[in-house]
Write a protein that binds this ligand. Structure first.
Ligand code: PEP
Ligand code: MN
Length: 259
């Protein structure tokens, strides 16, 4: 597996590499500055390596909350330094690349943008690591081909993220395709992260699917966490509260040391 160096605020680097499991955690979207100080010390203490949080949200409906945008840049810069945690956020627009570069350590390309080849080409011209989520309709071949757009432009720092696909199943938000994770680990050298939050849409299924992700060889997980999930502006039903996140970390460590 290729190893990927993630910039950190303290300039020590964090390596995504074989055998070095990573946990990315944080809210679906950063709904206020205050949320950063509520969540970051807690997830750090529990063992998370990277914090996530939406600044620009791509929502199905135009009148849904779209993220706080530029007003978050400075609070995130400060929180990133204060807690010495690298930051990942979704990049939704080519025009944001430059202004996000000084404080975004990994660009997330969301499921809706996996086929946005102009965006992938521009991100390919940077050296910033990219977490490329699988489109909910993408075959493995299409997903791997999308990664090729980043590499062709010169950015080899590609991490794949399985977040569930659409199938005939209606009970869950998506169908988590762990066979794909096992396949990618056998057939490619990309690090693969599993997102059990968007994959299930249900808080109570995040833990079992996180453990299953470890068992099938994932290199990390990305989990949504909110101190008061019932108040979240987006994805509250699938967000763990702080205690549930801490419990998940204990279980993750226990399974990791057992296998
Ligand atoms: C997210 O991570 O909050 C998100 C919108 O994910 P996806 O692109 O997988 O739907
Ligand atoms: Mn979300």
């Amino acid at each position: 597996m290729r190893s990927i160096r993630i910039r950190t605020p303290s300039k020590d680097s964090l390596l995504i590499e074989k055998g070095n499991f990573k946990v990315i955690a944080g809210p679906c979207s950063i709904e206020s500055e205050g949320l950063l100080d509520e969540i970051l010390p807690y997830i750090k203490e529990a063992g998370a390596h990277i914090f996530r949080g939406g600044v620009y949200k791509l929502r199905t409906r135009a009148d849904s909350f779209q993220g706080l945008g530029t007003s978050l840049y400075q609070p995130i810069r400060e929180a990133r330094q204060k807690y010495n945690l690298p930051f990942i956020t979704e990049i939704t627009d080519i025009r944001h690349i430059e202004e996000l570069t000084d404080f975004v350590d990994i660009f997330q390309v969301g499921s809706r943008n996996m086929y946005n080849y102009p965006l992938l080409k521009e991100l390919g011209k940077t050296k910033t690591p990219v977490l490329l989520k699988r489109a909910f309709s993408a075959t493995l071949e299409e997903w791997i081909a999308a990664a090729g757009y980043l590499e062709k432009e010169g950015n080899p720092n590609v991490i794949l993220c399985e977040r569930g696909i659409r199938t005939f199943e209606q009970k869950l938000r998506n169908t988590l395709d762990l066979g794909s994770v096992a396949f990618l680990k056998k057939e490619t050298d990309y690090p693969v992260i599993v997102d059990p939050s968007h994959a299930t849409g249900r808080r109570d299924l995040v833990l079992p699917m996180a453990l299953a992700a470890i068992a099938c060889g994932a290199d990390g997980i990305m989990v949504e966490v909110h101190p008061r999930p019932e108040e979240a502006h987006s994805d509250g039903l699938q967000s763990l509260d702080l205690t549930e996140f801490k419990d998940l970390m204990v279980r993750v460590e226990r399974l990791r040391s057992a296998i």
